[in-house]
Design a protein around this ligand. Structure first.
Ligand code: FDA
Length: 389
């Protein structure tokens, strides 16, 4: 088909634009993705030996307080009543996270009331009161006091960044949540749950419209197909959700990312850890956390002889690695401003999604910003001829 709109990337951002353009405007949309599957980083599939659904690019928990996004996503899937909770291991003991009154009382072997706990943490945080911390270590101590910071934040953060927190900028954290009650729900959003039939079923439903054609294993920068950059830009409007630095051939330098290596293992036990996510907060364990995906869907009839776990190892990304979290150094921010200028000058190409904007976006944010781009740019362009910029 001859496309009215070409979308590079079949993640939530690209597919939301594709779905809206096809459904609302009747446009013919071609979505290309260089991977062998749709869905971007939210893609999930069955692990072969166990049949358990695994999130291929790391645990994905859906949550939002955005009414419009919630209404929109419910057009494609229902959600289970899964509520996310995280536990953490420190010195051989399991604690409830994020830090709450249960964590504090267990850690200090105490029976503190909310008021007493607050007083204690304020007193401990007072160690660096009135100073202007220049590194993450001092900032952490100033926010929650040394004992809790060193037990639950210091080494975990060090492993995430593969860097001693004393050498990380203080700006990485602005607050560390401490709850002075026993609420250990991980997210505070109004809506939360997992897609009942899995992420891939949800994502496929978004791409179901007959006006949407998805071409997999198709790289925008590969000249061998008809929707490559050189053939399309200037001829057909494009929404680009790949890395912004790659689009401009790294002309202003590389933007830096962190990535995660997943070590997957099938175990001959029905249940390995009794919950979906356990963090390892100490330095002597090299991984940051262990995910056991069977617990994302306790309502499913999974087999009970085996389970699958994924250990996560975090590090700086090199060329060829999957870019996961923007590092956002001051050099990155300077480069990003230059890329933004280049992107703004690119005729009939819109940049979106986490890679196209170099921003960490949760799924609901990616979907919400795609809905806004559709309303504010795509619809006015196709309905009233407003320039795409
Ligand atoms: P996404 O990366 O999904 O899609 C971009 C697509 O573009 C990819 O499929 C890629 O292959 C394609 N592409 C790139 N270059 C191309 C090229 N040259 N040619 C063709 N195709 C190209 N969110 C949340 O709400 N809850 C959670 O629990 C988590 N957990 C989580 C864990 C980890 C480890 C990460 C990294 C991220 C999360 N997220 C999350 C965030 C979530 O993954 C994110 O919101 C979505 O991936 C954003 O969708 P996008 O469409 O922007 O990008």
């Amino acid at each position: 088909m001859t496309a009215d709109l070409v979308i590079v990337g079949s993640g939530f951002f690209g597919l939301t634009i594709a779905e809206q353009a096809a459904t609302e405007l009747g446009l013919k949309v071609v979505v290309i993705d260089r991977r062998h599957h749709i869905g971007g980083n939210a893609y999930s599939e069955k692990e072969e030996q166990t049949g358990i659904e695994i999130h291929r690019y790391g645990a994905h928990l859906f949550h939002t307080s955005n009414e419009r996004v919630w209404e929109y996503v419910n057009r494609f899937t229902t959600f289970t009543d899964y509520v996310h909770k995280v536990y953490g291991v420190h010195k051989g003991e399991v604690y409830s996270l994020p830090i709450n009154l249960a964590t504090i009382n267990q850690f200090f072997r105490a029976n503190l009331t909310p008021g007493q706990a607050k007083e204690l943490i304020q007193e401990q945080a007072g160690e660096l009161a009135g100073t202007d911390p220049q590194n993450l270590n001092d900032k952490g101590i100033q926010l929650i006091g040394r004992p809790l910071y060193e037990a639950f934040i210091k080494h975990y953060t060090g492993k995430q960044w593969q860097t001693d927190p004393k050498d990380l900028p203080a700006g990485i954290i602005s607050r560390l949540p401490v709850r002075y009650n026993y609420d250990n729900r991980y997210f505070n959003d109004k809506y939360e749950g997992l897609p009942t039939n899995g992420y891939t079923a949800w994502i496929e439903k978004m791409a179901e419209h007959p006006n949407i054609e998805v071409r997999l294993n198709t790289d925008f920068f590969d000249e061998s197909h008809e929707y490559s950059k050189n053939k399309v830009v200037g001829n057909i409007p494009v929404v680009y959700t790949g890395p912004v630095d790659r689009y401009f051939d790294y002309a202003e330098g590389d933007l830096s990312w962190r990535t995660i290596d997943f070590e997957e293992e099938v175990l001959e036990v029905g249940d390995f850890q009794g919950t979906s996510v356990v963090n390892y907060n100490d330095a002597d364990v090299p991984y940051t956390r262990v995910i056991e995906p069977r617990h994302f869907h306790p309502e499913r009839d999974y087999q009970t002889e085996k389970t699958v776990i994924m250990r996560e190892f975090s590090r700086f990304a090199e060329k060829g690695d999957e870019p996961y979290y923007p590092v956002n150094t001051s050099a990155d921010r300077e480069r990003l401003l230059k890329y933004r200028d280049l992107a703004a000058a690119e005729k009939d190409v819109l940049f979106g999604g986490r890679l196209g904007t170099y921003k960490y976006l949760d799924m609901h944010m990616a979907i919400g910003s795609a809905l806004s781009m559709f309303d504010n740019k795509i619809r006015p362009h196709f309905e009233s001829g407003v320039k795409l910029e």
